[in-house]
Design a protein around this ligand. Structure first.
Ligand SMILES: C[S@@+](CC[C@H](N)C(=O)[O-])C[C@H]1O[C@@H](n2cnc3c(N)ncnc32)[C@H](O)[C@@H]1O
Length: 255
């Protein structure tokens, strides 16, 4: 429990810094985007069809950050609630809500312990939120608790391969494996935050243990004309056109 509390404090501090350095200034652009897209290279949802029609759905976004994904879902008629650990990120989300005239609840909480009722949502989403920054056994159990029977879980995270190939300090993924996959699950980056990167087999075990059935695993590449992200130094567009840079999982709850 001591380690979990320390991870939480460390990640909150990291995201306050990232907010000041990048996400606050980038949020207006992200909120203004004309369509919903996924990940570093903006793969359009219309090409993937992972979410389907979200009109009327109660959605909770775990680790919503500046909440631009929730904003897109609200524009499509969903009723999102954004949950995030970091006050600075939620302050940016609230600023954008006022600027774009799109209001929905924002809750400051740890996505491993969400103060919302059991069975109260149709869809749980996470885009580089709880899916990266929370212990997978704990946040997936929370997602199952929050969903009604048959509810869906959609989450995006770094690909296992990219995580194996990124340098420890800074820089883009290369063409060599830089660390063992065994033991990769919890990664404390020197000078950075604590992330969780289960293998595909681990994700399937965790999802099944919490009553989910996997519907799809989309391995995302950069489009041919993709541009390297200006801030997140994970993989160049050149790398990500050859290897999957992100994993987008979709599952539904059977109980
Ligand atoms: C990549 S950002 C959010 C992604 C969002 N789509 C965006 O870019 O604005 C990751 C977020 O996870 C949040 N986070 C980290 N640990 C968390 C936790 N234990 N519970 C809830 N949110 C957490 C951070 O505060 C941060 O806002």
């Amino acid at each position: 429990m001591g380690e979990a509390r320390a991870d939480l404090a460390r990640n909150r501090a990291v995201w306050a810094l990232v907010n000041a350095a990048f996400t606050d200034q980038d949020a207006d652009r992200a909120w203004a985007a004309e369509e919903l897209s996924w990940g570093l290279f903006g793969v359009p949802e219309r090409d993937l069809g992972v979410l389907g029609d979200v009109g009327g759905l109660g959605v909770v976004e775990l680790g919503c950050g500046t909440a631009y994904l929730s904003a897109q879902l609200a524009r499509q008629g969903a009723r999102p609630v954004g949950v995030d650990l970091t006050p600075a990120q939620l302050a940016t989300a609230a600023r954008c809500q006022r600027r774009f005239g799109l209001m929905f609840p924002l809750v400051q909480a740890d996505a491993e312990h969400v103060p919302l009722a059991d069975g109260s949502f149709d869809l749980v989403v996470s885009e580089y939120g709880a899916s990266v920054w929370c212990d997978p056994d704990r946040w997936v159990a929370e997602a199952a608790r929050l969903l009604r029977r048959g509810g869906r879980l959609v989450f995006l995270t770094n690909s296992v391969l990219a995580t194996l190939c990124v340098p420890e300090q800074e820089g883009f993924a290369g063409e060599r494996l830089l660390r063992p996959q065994r033991g990769l699950r919890r990664v404390a980056w020197p000078g950075g935050g604590v992330e969780f990167h289960p293998s595909h087999g681990d994700w399937i075990r965790i999802l099944r243990a919490n009553g989910f059935v996997v519907d799809a695993l989309h391995e995302l590449y950069a489009p041919a004309d993709g541009e390297t992200h200006q801030y997140y130094g994970i993989a160049t567009a050149g790398w990500a056109t050859q290897w999957p840079v992100e994993d987008l999982w979709a599952a539904h709850l059977t109980r």
